[in-house]
Design a protein around this ligand. Structure first.
Ligand code: KIV
Ligand code: ZN
Length: 386
């Protein structure tokens, strides 16, 4: 089995569908080009049948993007698939992604069909999509809550009908990692033609487990992860691209897996998506949050000044951030103040460290975080007194 995990980005589809305001064609194109630069294997550009605007965006992205496969989503109905085929045909390489729900609750309450009818719809949809391209992905919506015997039958039938990728979504973010990993493991053990397709996963984050579930899946043989920048998406969002990519990169020695992501583009892409989508990133968000490479405690600051890897498991440069940040607070030690003064261009003889540090602590106790201009002001006022 290959050790390469494909990254399928759905920021423009699953991510966009959860935004307060939809994006313009230009904004989507700008994000798509950033995703291409980031090294995403497949860009899910939208759901072409859903609106004329989405159709146009998918078409514009299909026309401009050259180094990633461009994908469109469709329900398992001919009209949706035709809209995908039409909007994508200008692309260098494209994929049609068709889906239908497979869990008892969705099949019974939402689709109001029998399992056999749904299986037949899936097979017909995959065959119909194959008229446009060999690159067809089929998703079993709500696979995480689907009866495993039915899921095995569905995956086998989709592959037989011509799906080259079969996606196993945890649509409602309900599973836990051991359970989700076991689902993937069972598929590999029980579906006879499974080696004819790439098994993909698409995990939602309702319990905060989307990245952990995706990781469990790749450890059990899945070789495509569907994810979004900053983890945006329906409800609590999707598996975050930057997190799964950096898990695989940082722990490559343990996991033996890799992606095509150019990690140095991560920070820039995250900021672009956050700004265009008007979705702020929480400060303590792994990899891309403002505090992800900030150190506040004096012990930690002293450690990283002596050797970065005391408290950093990856370098800020590896995700495109120029350097880490030492927050100056009442927990900061003299060593850090001296280091910051040096960075600001002061020589040891320009100020008295004992006096400055005492003044710094008084200010930090009142103010919380002390900024560079505060330090400079403390030095200035001390000089004035002399
Ligand atoms: O969450 C989900 O199941 C989806 C499918 C359309 C893949 O977004
Ligand atoms: Zn989804």
């Amino acid at each position: 089995m290959s050790d390469r995990v494909k990254i399928f980005d759905t920021t423009l589809r699953d991510g966009e569908q959860a935004l307060p305001a939809s994006l313009s064609v230009k904004e989507k194109l700008q994000i798509a080009l950033a995703l291409e630069r980031l090294g995403v294997d497949i860009i899910e550009a939208g759901f072409p049948v859903s609106s004329p605007g989405d159709f146009k965006s998918v078409q514009a992205i299909a026309r401009e993007v050259k180094n990633s496969v461009v994908c469109g989503l469709s329900r398992a109905v001919a009209g949706d698939i035709d809209a995908c085929g039409e909007s994508l045909k200008v692309a260098e390489r494209f994929r049609i992604h068709t889906f239908i729900a497979t869990s008892e609750i969705h099949v019974g309450a939402k689709l109001r069909k029998s399992q056999d009818e749904v299986l037949d719809m899936a097979v017909q949809a995959v065959k119909h999509a194959r008229r446009y391209t060999d690159d067809v992905e089929f998703s079993c919506e709500d696979a995480g809550r689907t009866d495993i015997d039915y899921l095995c039958r569905m995956v086998e039938a989709a592959i037989k009908a011509g799906a080259s990728t079969v996606n196993i979504p945890d649509t409602v973010g309900y599973t836990i990692p051991t359970e989700f990993g076991q689902i993937i493991h069972t598929l590999f053990n029980r579906v006879p033609n499974i080696d004819q397709a790439v098994i993909s996963v698409h995990c939602h984050n309702d319990l905060g487990l989307a990245v952990a579930n995706s990781l469990a899946a790749v450890q059990n043989g899945a070789r495509q992860v569907e994810c979004t920048i900053n983890g945006i998406g329906e409800r609590a969002g999707n598996c975050s691209l930057e997190e799964i990519a950096m898990v695989l990169k940082t722990r490559e020695n343990l996991l033996g897996l890799n992606t095509g992501i150019n990690s140095q583009e991560i920070s820039r892409t995250s900021k672009l998506v956050s700004q265009i989508c008007n979705m702020p990133v929480q400060a303590n968000k792994a990899i891309v949050g403002a505090n992800a490479f900030s150190h506040s405690s004096g012990i930690h600051q002293d450690g990283v000044l002596k050797s970065m890897n005391t408290y950093e498991i990856m370098t800020p440069e590896s995700v495109g951030i120029s350097k880490n940040n030492l927050n100056l607070t009442s927990r900061s030690g003299r060593h850090v103040i001296k280091h910051r003064m040096h960075e600001l261009g002061y020589k040891d003889e320009d100020y008295d460290l004992d006096t400055l540090y005492a003044a710094f602590l008084r200010l930090a106790d009142k103010k919380g975080q002390v900024f560079d201009y505060d330090l400079e002001a403390l030095v200035f006022f001390d000089q004035q007194k002399q």
